[in-house]
Design a protein around this ligand. Structure first.
Ligand SMILES: [Zn+2]
Length: 378
């Protein structure tokens, strides 16, 4: 009897310990923003796409997408897509990945260790998608709401053994093959060594606004707005992500050579950051903003007919759960069981020619391998 009592008390204590780690959150009155309804005319076609847009919702698992869906009166551009699957995100040295290892898997097709940016397990640089496809005349760009040196965007232009090597990551930019980038921030750029700034300015026309008229005439452009313009929506960011996505698409499309396409990576970076902070309202707003960027990519895919859009995540963050809601009023409740990433597989959606290649269960490195195969077969 005593034994049972002790066991019961231990179970109650363990439950309380776990319960302390559960953080609830809620949001009310989210205005519905609608969604883009695709034409599906190129969706699942058998011909190879000329352009590929890879969209990475950082920390965006099923619950993050569902939270946006219910808050937006049961609608999302995501949810209008037909081809979907799962992505497993384990890194080479950890069951639960970080954004650097997963970003590198997505950018190069290689699994690597947590913290690695564009290098393999032996710290050897591995070519990223932009470097692989430029040899076939395909040009590339990167858009993110993170700083440009953030692990995900960095994996598409830099090769450094640790994600925290901010100066070294920026110093890799002039030797990258990117034609266009838009990310944070003016302040972060100006805090780099002068010689790095000069080297970047030599290669790229660097501007601080998407509206700068110099962008149109330039051959290679870097847009680095003031930090508040790429920061959290709840702290004042406006439509940077959908606008930069549209601008990057137009910029690359206009400059792509006849018969050659482009590759663009777009990251919704702050879904992850909001979930690290267990900030449910911020996560919902960031997801809805990312969905508007997705709508821009799908609209272009419909106009163009030759573009594959692949949307996934580097990992889930927060062990987020959608608990309750009233979709018509834009009200919702959720909770988190962690302040870090989880190993739960993330959804993948695809639209356009060969979208069907991304159905089923696959590793994050296989997503890059499939994209490379399609682009290099042109
Ligand atoms: Zn994270």
């Amino acid at each position: 009897m005593k034994k049972i009592l002790i066991l019961a008390l231990a179970a109650v204590a363990a439950f309380q310990l776990n319960a302390q780690n559960i953080v609830k959150g809620s949001i009310e009155g989210v205005p519905a923003q609608g969604s883009y309804h695709p034409t599906y005319s190129s969706d699942g076609a058998d011909y190879r796409p000329m352009n590929v847009i890879l969209m990475i919702g950082d920390g965006t698992g099923l619950a993050q997408i569902a939270a946006g869906y219910f808050a937006n009166n049961e609608e999302l551009t995501y949810a209008n897509l037909k081809y979907m699957g799962w992505v497993t995100t384990k890194s080479a040295d950890a069951f639960t990945t970080d954004s650097a290892a997963s970003g590198t898997a997505y950018s190069s097709g290689y699994k690597t260790y947590n913290g690695a940016v564009g290098v393999d397990v032996k710290k050897r640089p591995q070519p990223n998608i932009p470097e692989r496809v430029i040899k076939s005349g395909i040009i590339s760009g990167v858009v993110s709401t993170d700083d440009l040196n953030g692990a995900t965007p960095a994996a598409f232009f830099a090769h450094q053994p640790q994600r925290g090597m901010t100066d070294e990551i920026w110093a890799d930019l002039p030797s990258s093959v990117l034609k266009y980038f838009a990310a944070g921030s003016k302040e972060v750029f100006e805090a780099r060594p002068l010689e790095t700034q000069k080297a970047i300015n030599k290669v790229f026309t660097v501007v601080n606004s998407l509206d700068d008229p110099k962008i149109q005439a330039a051959d290679r452009v870097g847009v680095l707005p003031p930090a508040v313009e790429t920061g959290y929506i709840v702290k004042g960011r406006q439509d940077f992500l959908p606008n930069a996505t549209r601008q990057a698409i137009d910029f690359l499309h206009q400059r792509a050579k006849d018969g050659k396409g482009f590759f663009l990576m777009v990251e919704g970076a702050r879904i992850d950051k909001a979930c690290h902070g267990n900030d449910f309202p911020s996560a919902v707003k960031e997801l809805l903003d990312f969905d508007q960027a997705i709508a821009e990519a799908i609209k272009f895919a419909d106009e163009d007919g030759n573009t594959l859009v692949v949307i996934s995540a580097d990992h889930e963050t927060g062990g987020m759960v959608v608990l309750n809601g009233d979709p018509k009023k834009g009200n919702e409740e959720g909770l988190y069981v962690s302040t870090w990433h989880t190993a739960t597989p993330v959804p993948i959606f695809a639209y356009g020619p060969h979208a069907q290649d991304f159905m089923g269960v696959q590793g994050n490195e296989q997503v890059a391998q499939k994209i490379l195969k399609l682009l290099l077969a042109q």
